[in-house]
Design a binder for this molecule. Structure first.
Ligand SMILES: Cc1ncc(COP(=O)(O)O)c(C=O)c1O
Length: 365
């Protein structure tokens, strides 16, 4: 099976992990972290052209810490898309605040700024736009509205490392940005994530909350948890970050080939606004109908192509959220996308011959 995504690890990663084992320093609970975390944070911040990067142990942890630092809690509302991975909304629920789901722009699959504006209430405290599939959300419009209302913008860039929006790196487009380094992502640390911010006060809060709100040890000044990235993961991350430009270049090349080969078919191809650079974490097409999607998916899987649907159940329709009454809300574009989208592999391992074979199957559909 040609996977939709799979980590690419080599000798550099093995050597880096071995060095950490030999050093005996596996973690550091102080706000500044261990030597690999510290170095990885500097390299990540430089990559994102951001003031601060704080490593954490997952993208979910990054979202949790962002919301803690933003002082989100009971009585607050946070606007989120429903067409995303569940973590975007669950991080809000875990603070005691209420997620308010809004619809997407059907061309980009990202949060519709118009829908965001319509959902504002006196209780709205923050918005979490998601850079879905690796395409930055419409951050200019969203940030403008948020600024007017004094809202915190938390960018869920968990899928978008390396993407660019109006000349700025994804992850550094809001007040706080969140990355995931889960193994399916464009680079990985096994599990892991990072929080990005230019704001010194938020950085301090996030660093402290990463280890139970501690500053010097056993002196919790705020709420937190254990959200630390282990040193071995940070060492992996450093090696992967060096390879990221080559990984992304190969993805872009594959996406370009697919775009050319699929032009003229009945599939709706990804649309990338002129001011954005996609990282091609996922190359997602939209079929004319749900039945066409299911038929095509079955044929491609049978032929060994690990195509996948992100996401066939929007968050508001998953059993937990449905039981809270969210399934009563109408998000027509989200529901349409959930029924018809299909992601095709463009990861750096796939060859042009594989892409040609995959397109051959699609064209027979
Ligand atoms: C959009 C989005 N948000 C949040 C997450 C959570 O990241 P993690 O799985 O690293 O906790 C992911 C990744 O899976 C994601 O794709």
């Amino acid at each position: 099976m040609i996977p939709i995504n799979k980590p690419i690890m080599g000798k550099e990663e093995m050597d880096a992990v071995l060095k950490v084992i030999e050093s005996g320093i596996l973690t550091n609970p102080m706000p500044e972290g261990g030597p690999n975390c510290k170095a990885f944070e500097e390299e990540l911040a430089a990559y994102c052209k951001a003031k601060h990067a704080i490593t954490v142990n997952s993208g979910t942890a990054a979202l949790n810490l962002a919301l803690i630092a933003a002082d989100i809690g009971p009585g607050d509302e946070v606007i989120v898309p429903s067409f995303t991975f569940v973590a975007t909304a669950s991080a809000v629920v875990l603070t005691g605040a209420k997620p308010v789901f809004v619809d997407i722009n059907p061309n980009t699959y990202n949060m519709s700024p118009t829908a965001f504006k319509k959902a504002l209430t006196k209780k709205t405290k923050a918005v979490i736009p998601v850079d879905l599939y690796g395409l930055p959300a419409d951050m200019s419009e969203i940030s403008e509205i948020a600024k007017e209302k004094d809202l915190m913008v938390i960018e869920d860039a968990c899928q978008a490392q390396g993407a660019i929006y109006r000349g700025k790196m994804a992850g550094n487009l809001g007040d706080i940005g969140c990355f995931s380094f889960y193994p399916s992502k464009v680079m990985t640390t096994g599990e892991g994530g990072a929080v990005i911010t230019d704001n010194n006060e938020l950085e301090e809060k996030i660093r402290q909350s990463r280890t139970h709100g501690q500053v010097k040890g056993y002196d919790s000044v705020r709420i937190g948890g254990n959200f630390r990235m282990p040193e071995m993961e940070a060492a992996l991350g450093r090696a992967q970050l060096k390879k990221l430009p080559a990984f992304l270049a190969k993805r872009a090349e594959n996406a370009k080939i697919l775009m050319q080969m699929l032009t003229g078919t009945s599939l709706k191809l990804p649309e990338v606004p002129e001011h954005s650079k996609h990282n091609w974490y996922l190359f997602t097409v939209k079929c004319a109908s749900g039945s066409q999607r299911e038929g095509l998916k079955a044929r491609l899987l049978e032929a060994g192509f690990g195509v996948a649907t992100y996401y066939s159940i929007p968050v508001h329709k998953t059993p937990y959220y449905a039981a809270m009454g969210y399934d009563q809300i109408k998000l027509p574009e989200t529901e349409d996308a959930a029924e018809k989208v299909l992601s095709l592999p463009v990861n750096p391992r796939i060859t042009e011959a594989d892409l040609e074979r995959m397109v051959g199957i699609i064209k027979k559909n």
